[in-house]
Design a protein around this ligand. Sequence first.
Ligand code: AGP
Length: 605
Amino acid sequence: MCGIVGYIGKRDAAPILMEGLHRLEYRGYDSAGIAVARAGELRVAKCKGRVRDLEKILPDRFKGSPGIAHTRWATHGEPSDRNAHPHCDSANRIAVIHNGIIENATALRRRLAAEGIVFRSETDTEVLAHLIAKMPHDSLEGAVRAALQMVVGAYGLAVLDATRPNALVVARNGSPVVLGIGDREMFVASDPSALVRHTQSVVHLDDGEVAVLRADGFETSTLEGDPTAKTASTIAWTDDAFDKLDFDHFMRKEIAEQPDAARRTLSGRLEPRFQTAHLGGLALDARELLEVRRIKILGCGSACISATMGAHLIEQLARLPAHAEPASEFRYRNPVIEPDTLYIAVSQSGETFDTLAAVQEVKRKGGRVLGIVNVVGSTIARECGRGIYLHAGPEVSVVSTKTFTCTVMAFALLALHLGRIRDLSTAHGGRLLKALSELPVQIESILARDAEIAELARQLLACEHAYFIGRAAGYAVAMEGALKLKEVSYLHAEAYPASELKHGPLALITPQTPTIVVMPRDDLFTKNISTVEEIRARGGPILAITHAGDLPVSVEGRFDVPRSEPELDPILLNIPLQLLAYHVALQKGRDIDKPRNLAKSVTVE
Ligand code: AGP
């Protein structure tokens, strides 16, 4: 999705902005651009393609300050040089970069065109540049405010006026904007990753806020002009965390980081004295949690799949009805919000638009919602106001790996906590605590067998379709395995409950369609064996993700994961499937960290 970066201070803005654009690349984009002010004039460069393409077209002496830069993910108008941001007014005085969608852009465009303005792009953003330029205000801030009063839609934006280079004006409504406080310099970005190289001290704008940035500080106010008070927070992540180190891809690095990330998710949360988990961020005491009759979990993509695993954990350990639903569906079906239901929003980035909208819908109807989020201070985390941070460290690859694992671990902690308030015995709680603390080492042992998985991946190279099946929580493992494989390798992969195979998809099984079967040695093992027999009878190849021990059926490949407590087995069963997707993509030569058409954080509808 689109990315914003801006700078005001004594230094030349251009290298700072270009480096910021590189930091934002992981979000997914199709064009990039930059504008700086110099001697009362704007200097602008932009093009379709990668940030490195922009670097190639930058003139030798492209210098100036303040400046703004952008990575665009097309919404209005195709990816092209002229649709890339920044967009300028007709006099080339005002430059605007914008994330989000202006819903009344067509009407505003028609009105401006009738006044004689000639548009140079098909974007909604250009409308903003012309509107701001025509406002009869002494200050840039006043002009931006007045223009935004006419606009309906979502935005995170930054505006530069070359004739008034002492300030940058930024505003937020539905799309993240973070200010970075430096030493007599200020930064702005849509994502803290573009700031951490320069400062750890940040301020998150809220919806409906405008900020004026000067080299020596900033002021914030509402769209109507009433001052607002902000407190700076510290970003825990350092610049090194965004480095690929010796790994070829961020996806591989983040898979390898899982043991440490998992340790951080558990850190300080295991409570052996009472055989439970301690989760201070819930801000709900035992009595309030006992009143909860149902749990509803919302998220998108992998977050929703981790929510499905979370629902299984909660039902098993706390015996509370729990259900996961895509946030993108939930928000549009006028859901019934019940006072005795606890709602949980799951989001790695904390910025996914659909999940945020679902949280707002729950809150609007008086529901209680907590967040399971990785990015501290992100919009969903702040909107929920309570919850569990993953502390997994930044995830740069578009495909989620370590945050998926850490989210399921966070759910295990929550389920243990809820269970121990209810009927889960101390003995069972104790076994789970021990098993949780062993997970990081068990994950390490799986990662050490990377070569075995690379070998299994070879068996998927020739096929065009693959099936993933499992039962109960194993089905959620299958769903995540299939999603990873399709995202990163572009292979058609479909997940099905093993129990449903003979109700339809069995018709598609041939010697050319391998099935990856998630089959832990649990109560459903023999049922899974029967399903495998049915697939074999149709000549379908089988790759089994299972536990050590004899398999009473022949398979083309298998990978045995270490055993945990049965409720936690899905966490370990998922790890080889991450590596399987990675190796298939690697062997197919895919753009692993930036799969086609995908963005890391989906901040628009
Ligand atoms: C995961 O591999 C995907 N890229 C995607 O499904 C992701 O999980 C989804 O967009 C939700 O993102 P979030 O966790 O940041 O809300």
